[in-house]
Design a protein around this ligand. Structure first.
Ligand code: ARG
Length: 560
């Protein structure tokens, strides 16, 4: 049984013995400070109000009835009526011994797995990925790995922007310059920039570009071929970036906007049947909750919008993919859009009422001046450039530390440089903006990936040195720091479940950082080599760090 459950049942027995009836389930919290013990029960305060008694007196009564020969070694009343609980070394020792050599570190799959669709990355085609795509891609991928590890059926969806006027512009522009097609994304980007300029300045170009859009829509063979080529070139580039980033998205996860095209007319007619549509200034609109600003689903000229496609996608995800939870990892600036389409999808019955629809919003990445990231001339910064800069900084930081062959150095800098960028993002509350500062990200100190990768490598080197199979029935806990370290290891399951419920990878990072810190203390204070218990604890700690980083999509190294 899980630790918290075991503590609840001890408290429950003590309440029964004290003749106090509780109607709510007993909730055990983590102690907020080491001095408070390991866990805390705060339920007495509520009870005291109901019973019109002094909470400290009730707490005292409960404490006097707690059985101390089992899992709890010490209880104390604190403050206005908190009960501070310290677990016995014996119970920790049993629990930790049970997870030695367990490949899931004793972490169960959840009882009621869901089918979760995670919509993330979603770059727009015909452009290189830029820094604006980074957050969605790494946060989304961490969530996919987390949900999956906990036993859910996870379907990753890359809702790429592969449809729209820009492709008409491109075709018209290529025609003008007499180029058939190009296999280089860099060219396409250049073409697109010029095409956009022409589009804004020249009305006849604009008309031609629009005609091409219609032609693509009507399935004109030549135009479709050109369009498909643009997408292939762009996607190949995205795949390179995903692989560099150690992100699991592949072609199989791509469900582009164009996939929903054939369904858009149905979306409109079904919305109409549900009585939600109104025509305003020629456009088909939905006015939600008496809002004055409508959600437009079809323009006066017949064109569909971003929202129309998303409504079709929502219906597909519920009806066809059978999702019970759909998670959109998209910039906070799209909050209103998601609020609206979730609302419409539920009201129109496109999505069943019990399906969880969540916008997992995130803030903006800023430069060191606290401004949104831009190149000196105001352009967007290419993701690949940013990642390469991080890799080269990582190389400088590590090359002095160990003797690496050239090949090793390449490999190690990649793991460190990419890890640093991902971890910095995943270690802050996703809703905050943050400042991108490579010097801070690639540091052996502080809450960084390098600190954790180093802690891992350090433990691995100890285990290599001891060079023996750890054969042990029961892991002993013989001092305070060992007690704290083991308790921390055992809390991992709770952390993962919380991170999964709230879609907050940063609590996993915070946990790993604390865990590594405790290990470092344990290591300073104890002789580890030749002590099987301590070696076993070290092994489980390093496995926990590895698993945690793995879920965050960050690689470890055996030596740094
Ligand atoms: N392509 C969109 C953008 O760059 C992101 C797509 C997000 N997913 C969605 N289903 N709307 O803003």
């Amino acid at each position: 049984m899980k630790l918290k459950q075991q503590i609840s049942s001890v408290i429950n027995n003590a309440l029964l013995k004290s003749n106090i009836e509780v109607d709510n389930p007993i909730v055990i919290n983590e102690a907020t400070k080491v001095e408070f013990g390991d866990y805390q029960y705060n339920g007495v305060m509520g009870l005291a109000k109901k019973l019109r008694k002094n909470p400290r007196e009730i707490a005292q009564e409960v404490v006097s009835n707690i059985n101390l020969d089992g899992i709890i070694s010490k209880v104390e009343v604190a403050g206005p009526g908190f009960i501070n609980i310290t677990l016995s070394d014996d119970i920790l020792s049993n629990e930790i011994s049970n997870i030695l050599n367990n490949d899931r570190l004793g972490i169960s799959k959840i009882d009621n797995p869901s089918t979760i669709v995670v919509d993330y990355s979603g770059p727009n085609m015909a452009k290189e990925m830029h820094v604006g795509h980074l957050r969605s891609t790494i946060i989304g991928d961490a969530l996919v790995k987390l949900f999956r590890f906990l036993g859910n059926d996870v379907i990753a969806q890359n809702h790429i922007g592969d449809w729209g006027t820009q492709f008409g512009m491109l075709i018209a522009y290529l025609e003008d310059i007499g180029v058939e097609k190009s296999d280089r994304l860099k060219d396409l980007e250049e073409f697109y920039k010029n095409a956009k300029k022409r589009f804004d300045e020249d009305d006849s170009f604009k008309d031609r570009a629009r005609e091409y859009v219609v032609k693509i829509q009507q399935g004109d063979k030549h135009c479709l071929e050109l369009w498909k080529n643009f997408i292939d070139v762009s996607l190949a580039h995205c795949e390179d970036v995903y692989s560099l980033l150690n992100v699991s998205l592949t072609k199989d996860n791509v469900k582009p906007e164009s996939f929903y095209n054939d369904d858009l007319a149905n979306v409109i007619s079904d919305l109409d049947k549900s009585g939600m549509l109104e025509v305003s200034n020629g456009a088909k609109c939905i006015f939600l909750d008496n809002s004055e600003i409508p959600v437009i689903v079809q323009k006066g000229d017949g064109g569909y919008l971003y929202a129309t496609t998303d409504l079709s996608a929502l219906r597909y995800r519920n009806r066809t993919l059978k999702a019970n939870r759909v998670v959109y990892v998209v910039d906070a600036r799209q909050s209103q859009h998601f609020k609206d389409i979730f609302n419409i999808a539920k009201k129109s019955g496109f999505v069943d009422s019990d399906v969880l629809l969540e916008h997992i919003a995130f803030g903006t990445m800023m430069n060191r001046d606290g401004k949104p990231f831009k190149t000196r001339d105001g352009g967007t910064i290419k993701l690949v450039d940013l990642l390469n800069e991080s890799i080269s900084k990582a190389k400088n930081a590590i090359k002095e530390r160990d003797k690496y062959s050239d090949k090793e150095l390449e490999e190690v800098s990649k793991v460190v440089g990419i890890g640093a960028v991902k971890y910095a993002d995943l270690s802050i509350n996703r809703e905050s903006n943050y400042i991108f500062n490579l010097d801070k990200m690639i540091s052996f100190e502080g809450n960084t990936s390098l600190y954790l990768q180093y802690a891992y490598a350090r433990i691995e080197s100890i285990l290599r040195k001891s060079d023996k199979d750890i054969k042990i029935e029961k892991i002993l806990i013989d001092d305070d720091i060992t007690h704290r370290l083991v308790l921390m290891v055992l809390k991992f399951e709770d952390i993962l479940n919380r991170a999964s419920k709230d879609s907050t990878p940063h609590i996993i990072s915070a946990y790993l950082y604390e865990l590594a810190g405790l290990f470092m203390k344990f290591y300073e204070q104890n002789q580890i080599l030749d002590n099987d218990s301590r070696l076993a604890i070290s092994k489980i700690t390093s496995e926990t760090i590895k698993l945690g980083l793995d879920i965050l999509g960050i690689k470890v190294l055996d030596r740094i």
